[in-house]
Design a protein around this ligand. Structure first.
Ligand code: 1PR
Length: 503
């Protein structure tokens, strides 16, 4: 609303809608149609639909917030717009939602459920809007835009629609509600010849065993992203693994990768590596928000912050003390961190924090100030230890910090991060399964979604991590790059196990 007001667009938009010409709002484009939102109290919306937008409350829902991922729709009216969506999942990413009531019920085109029912789409006359993102919902979503542009052809094709979704094989899922996500990850860096390549490490070491061959080269980023999209990946993540030492806005190959990818991949894209403030050699300062904004303009949906998040939480703790189980609630936020700045402007759902922890064994929980877990996966430390904590690292595992992964996760949630990408250096590239104890410890400690990462070697590993922890998504790299298992086979296995998933 601030931008619409600044550009004198409030009245023109209201007049356009009143004229009866076709209007399609997406996400905030739906929320703006209401009278206001708890997200910015006192700010008037466009006032087209009666009611106020409220927030999902994780303490009431007992679910992570933001609501991120692929969910099913419950259609309340017949419409060409959503005719082809029946039975398919579409992509949502939001912390605020509008609810149906007696004043706005005639507007409700579809509802969805996330611990409670909320409005997923509205329609009255020629005014339509979706809370979900058609542009990120694969071919199902693109079909919604086609239906908006050409309603007649949409109703004709709907009657014979097979309902195939973007990158799916058209198989049917027997579950409803939010699906667990499967994310394909591309670790990207320049090889010794200076070409940007997808690489993959073993415990973060990306060089071939025979070092004369240099950095492992597994393909081209844009092509591989396109392949995983067609295989049914729910999201694609790019991590510029040497981003911490480059200036991402100067020599900007990752920006070009995002632009090219977003023209052919219609699921959410995350980019990480080097999301931090920097000063170039001419002394010009760029804030982390400038860097993130360049990536969002290039087509990224989320940015992932690694090393800078560790520093941010260490300084938060320095301001408020470093107790064993941190409760950050009382500590003032000063707006100085990248997480706070980016989430204020783009919303917390756009800020992922990537954690790169290493397991540290301890003989006894009293031997460390960090939050310790009794390990259940049968592994033991070198002296037979059964207790461990996971130490945060920075710069791709090159340096450690005196901070545990659970403490970091709680700290970044407090700073305003919307999601956690939880890697594990010990498990990376090992194909022995996710570190279930780590994923459980972190996903139980926060109320934002956690993406389990590192170690996937077969479809059963994905089912295991979803069955044994509260993680919202699982990410893998090597298993897909080595072409051992296509993404859709993982998802079919999950579906066979009764895990909700988009297939
Ligand atoms: O610190 O903000 O510049 O961000 C750097 C980013 O680059 C971080 O997200 C960090 O995780 C990542 N990164 C840095 N070095 C490496 C490396 O591998 N040498 N990659 C690296 C991290 C981990 C996962 C990997 C999973 C799954 N890669 O993303 O894809 O472990 O692998 P698997 O399925 O093959 O086991 P900053």
């Amino acid at each position: 609303m601030e931008v619409l007001k600044k550009k004198d667009l409030v009245k023109p938009v209201q007049d356009y809608i009143a004229s009866g010409r076709p209007f399609l709002g997406v996400c905030l484009g739906l929320q703006l149609l209401f009278e206001g939102s708890e997200e910015s109290s006192g700010v008037e919306g466009l006032g087209i639909i009666p009611g106020t937008v409220g927030g999902f409350d994780p303490t009431v829902l007992k679910l992570p917030v933001p609501h991120i991922g692929w969910n099913t729709l419950d259609l309340q009216q017949d419409s060409e717009l959503l005719a082809r969506v029946q039975g398919q999942r579409v992509y949502f990413v939001h912390s605020y939602r509008a609810k149906a009531d007696e004043r706005n019920r005639d507007w409700v085109l579809a509802q969805s459920t996330y611990g409670e029912d909320f409005i997923a789409a509205v329609k009255k006359g020629n005014v339509m809007a979706c809370q979900f993102h058609p542009e990120k919902s694969g071919t199902v979503g693109l079909g919604i835009f086609e239906a908006f542009l050409d309603p007649a052809s949409a109703s004709a094709s709907a009657s014979g629609a097979s309902g195939a979704s973007g990158g799916s094989t058209g198989g049917s899922s027997h579950t409803t509600g939010l699906g667990k996500r499967v994310i394909a990850c591309l670790d990207v860096r320049s090889n010794d010849q200076g070409d940007l390549v997808v690489t993959k490490g073993d415990q973060y070491d990306v060089r071939e065993k025979d070092d004369t061959k240099g950095v492992r080269n597994l393909g081209k980023p844009v092509e591989l992203a396109g392949e995983y999209y067609l295989q049914g990946a729910d999201e694609v993540a790019f991590l510029n693994i040497t981003g911490f030492r480059d200036c991402p806005l100067q020599d900007a190959p990752m920006i070009d990768v995002m632009k090219a990818t977003s023209e052919r991949v219609f699921v959410p894209l995350t980019v990480g590596g080097g999301i931090k403030a920097f000063t170039d050699e001419n002394g010009k300062f760029y804030s982390a928000l400038d860097v993130a904004a360049a990536y969002f303009r290039a087509g990224a949906d989320k940015v992932s912050i690694g090393s800078d998040a560790v520093d941010a939480v260490l300084s938060l703790r320095a301001r408020g003390g470093g107790q064993k189980t941190p409760t950050y609630q009382a500590k003032a936020l000063d707006g100085s961190t990248a997480i706070e700045q980016i989430s204020r402007v783009y919303g917390k759902q756009a800020v992922v924090v990537s954690i790169d922890p290493k397991r540290v064994w301890v003989a006894d929980p009293s031997a460390t100030k960090h939050q310790v877990v009794k390990v259940t996966d049968g592994t033991r430390g070198p002296q037979g230890e059964v207790y461990a904590w996971w130490q945060c690292t920075v710069m791709g595992g090159r340096e450690t910090r005196d901070l545990g992964a659970v403490e970091l996760a709680m700290g970044v949630e407090h700073l305003g991060a919307g999601e956690i990408l939880l890697n594990c250096i010990d498990k990376d590239g090992q194909n022995s399964g996710f570190d279930i104890d780590l994923v459980r410890a972190v996903s139980d400690a926060v109320s934002i979604p956690v993406i389990a990462s590192s170690g996937a070697g077969c479809p059963q590993h994905f089912a295991e991590v979803f069955e044994q922890t509260h993680c919202a998504a699982a990410l893998a790299a090597g298993i897909f790059h080595r072409k051992e298992v296509p993404v859709m086979d993982v998802k079919k296995h999950m579906n066979d196990q009764g895990i909700p998933v988009r297939i």
